[in-house]
Ligand binder design. Structure first.
Ligand code: MRU
Length: 344
């Protein structure tokens, strides 16, 4: 089951809102449909929304009616702005759009048709590269996982959150493929339930033993020494190694530190934002109160209650044992080590 694919000049997105009960695709024929699909969570997960946005830019080029290069570049800029606004925390979105704009500018001495063709092929490259990168993250990260490891994860950082294979789950898939008998505790991930709906589905399909827990059971599992390590993904990693990821990540990092359990973050280099110095500068997406007041379509609260629904939280670098990237593992991440990685 592919998270997304390009077919006959349209982008097909697996509708993650309907999983695991129904597998159907939303077909996007223009960048506005892609922006809506990202905003509405048809596609989610930092790398996946980056790849979807890249295809959105290719669609914007195909829909462009201006015959001048300047006109096309203006259309792309405006489509890029629209796509970037859909989800503010995951920086992969901005990264992919910048890649696409740079590609368009690189061919600005050519024709509108050449730029459009180049943009379609660039989106295909970004998608294919994402899978390769995830396999490489998996290969590096698997070295950290002992046979028999019991791993705690949150949200979904699997194939569904990327073009394929996954980051945090990619590491688990790689350890499993090596023959290690790993097992996973998946936090349900209130309020959107990515863990309950998506991570349990993905791991079960891959034959990795998975047990679902409510988010607030994590503390007891640590006390009972049922967790050997935590592995999560990331939506943005800033210059000092602080990480934004799904709401609930930070408390897990505090629990892991308290109980002397390693806390790993798996993410591609496109998730790093070196323009920001520390976590305070990361924008946190706030989502609709309905995600909390309702479960599926059923209202569980009284009327007119006040709700605060931040979708991500911030984990300080000091709480992170290592960040696993496609270039290798950064143990005890800090500003110097991250600068060194990007200087290569
Ligand atoms: O709101 P979501 O489902 O897009 O949040 C996803 C996460 O927080 C993931 O952990 C992160 O994007 C990394 S996915 C490889």
């Amino acid at each position: 089951m592919k998270t997304l694919f390009w077919n006959e000049n349209k982008l097909y997105l697996l509708d993650q809102r309907k999983l695991p009960h129904e597998t159907s695709y939303v077909i996007c024929a223009d960048h506005r449909a892609v922006a809506a699909a990202i905003r509405n969570m048809v596609v989610r997960g930092a790398p996946a929304i980056g790849v979807a946005a890249a295809y959105g830019m290719a669609l914007a080029a195909m829909q462009n009616r201006s015959s001048s290069i300047a006109g096309l570049l203006a259309v792309l800029q405006s489509a890029g702005n629209e796509l970037t606004k859909t989800r503010p925390t995951a920086v992969n979105l901005r990264w992919a759009i910048e890649q696409m704009l740079a590609k368009a500018k690189q061919y600005s001495a050519e024709s509108v048709a050449v730029i459009t063709t180049q943009l379609i092929s660039e989106a295909e490259t970004i998608a294919a590269e994402d899978i390769k990168i995830n396999r490489s993250i998996g290969a590096h990260g698997a070295a950290l996982i002992d046979d028999g490891a019991r791993i705690l994860t949150l949200c979904n950082a699997g194939a569904l959150a990327t073009a394929g294979y996954g980051t945090a789950l990619g590491v688990i898939f790689a350890a499993h493929a090596k023959g290690h008998k790993v097992s996973v505790f998946a936090c349900e991930t209130r309020p959107y339930l990515q863990g309950a709906r998506l991570t349990t589905w993905e791991l079960s399909q891959a034959g990795v033993p998975v047990t679902l827990i409510v988010d607030n059971a994590a503390g007891l599992l640590f006390q009972r020494k049922m967790i050997d390590m935590v592995i999560v993904g990331a939506d943005r990693i800033v210059a000092n190694g602080d990480v934004a990821n799904k709401i609930g990540t930070y408390p897990l990092s505090v629990l892991a530190a308290e109980h002397g359990v390693p806390f790993y973050v798996a993410a591609p280099l496109s998730t790093f934002d070196l323009t920001l110095s520390s976590r305070e500068e990361i924008p946190i997406e706030e989502r609709s109160s309905r995600e909390i007041t309702h479960i599926a379509e059923v209202k569980i609260t009284g009327d007119e209650i006040s709700v605060y629904n931040p979708s991500f939280d911030l984990t300080p670098a000091e709480k992170i044992s290592a960040i696993i990237t496609e270039q290798g593992i950064i143990h005890r991440p800090d500003r110097g080590k991250i600068a060194e990685l990007f200087a290569k």
